[in-house]
Design a protein around this ligand. Sequence first.
Ligand code: GDD
Ligand code: MN
Length: 390
Amino acid sequence: MQPEDTLQQNNTQVSIIIPTYNESQNIIQILKSIKENLPKNFITQAIVVDDNSPDGTGRIVDDYLKNFKKVADYTIEVIHRKAKDGLGSAILKGIQQAKGDMIVVMDSDFSHPPQIIPKLIESIKKYQCDIVIASRYIKGGKIQGWSAKRKLMSKFATLIAKKGLGIDTKDPMSGFFAFKRNIIKELNIDAIGYKILLEILVKTKGVRIKEIPYTFQNRKLGNSKLGIKTILDYYRSVWKLYRYGKPQEIQEKRSSVKFLSKAARFYTVGASGFAVNYLVSLLFAGVVSDMWYLHANIIGIIASVTTNFILNKAWTFGDRDFRIKKTVSQYGKFAMFSSLGALVQLGMVYFLVDGAELAYPLALILGVMTAAFGNFILNKKYTFKEKITE
Ligand code: GDD
Ligand code: MN
């Protein structure tokens, strides 16, 4: 090896990211074991990312660090997050704080044997690659201590990832891997759920990947945090990754879908307005005052137009800009279209019942639907200034 080469390697830093949630029984042991298995000739930084574990994991690490005998070229840090925000985002947080040019990600429950860490790092050099994955699903890899059900779930999830996302890595769901930090520099990582490696694999194109076998050991102490939410998050993230990099029409929701979903919201708001109208009209004509019923009904109408306006603005059309001038002018248009809608409805019901001899209940439904649809289009275009087909 050339002397410059050695020098370069000595300056290279490795950061090991260790997420924890309720790992009080494992964390100190794993930190000790990592210390025994540091990659040689590197400056290493271990970063524990704890999500305010109720069992005091974060505090235990703080106490341990008070008496931690410094070893040359090795430091440990803890990031204390306020709440359990998920494994992926914990790892991302650690990566953001990492100083290393190379990053290792691993669990804290001894499922990922620290003896593999030096191999992961050496393999990056040896195979000249960007990501090295400790793999359960290549020759020589194993899983110990998982039920048949959990194995099947893992296999199934892996299959979905490989087929759905066109990945040919054998273990894209591994939580144990190392990579060169610069490959994710430009990426926007969502870190939904557990599988941050999968996201990195989808979003980095053309990087060199190597898998090395290891035996995954189910934890002996503490509990797995994998629950139904994690599993749902997984499928949500696969769906999101599936859309990633696809043409714009697939990435963005199709405009027809948007149009229909907004129309559905507009109708829902309309139905809620009916309830507001009815209740307020009753209240003012009896409970809170004994107003003349027509006056009470006017208040009911104004109340429902107002709640409809606010809900449609904020929810249906996602316009959260409530500056007075703009909002008042929008409200004016909205109220005007509502009155117009009422007239259209009256006219239509009259025409259908008297002219076309339709039954009144049916005429009413058609009248309400038409008026609401007209209102939707007019408000979309003129009140909230959207293209009709967007
Ligand atoms: N900070 C933080 N926040 N850490 C978390 C959270 C969280 O919300 N959820 C889990 N962890 C930590 C755990 O403390 C543990 O160190 C590690 O993440 C893995 O969690 P486990 O609950 O032990 O996961 P598992 O053993 O079921 O799943 C493992 O196997 C999968 C392979 O199928 C993990 O290694 C996965 O990453 C891996 O993909
Ligand atoms: Mn585990």
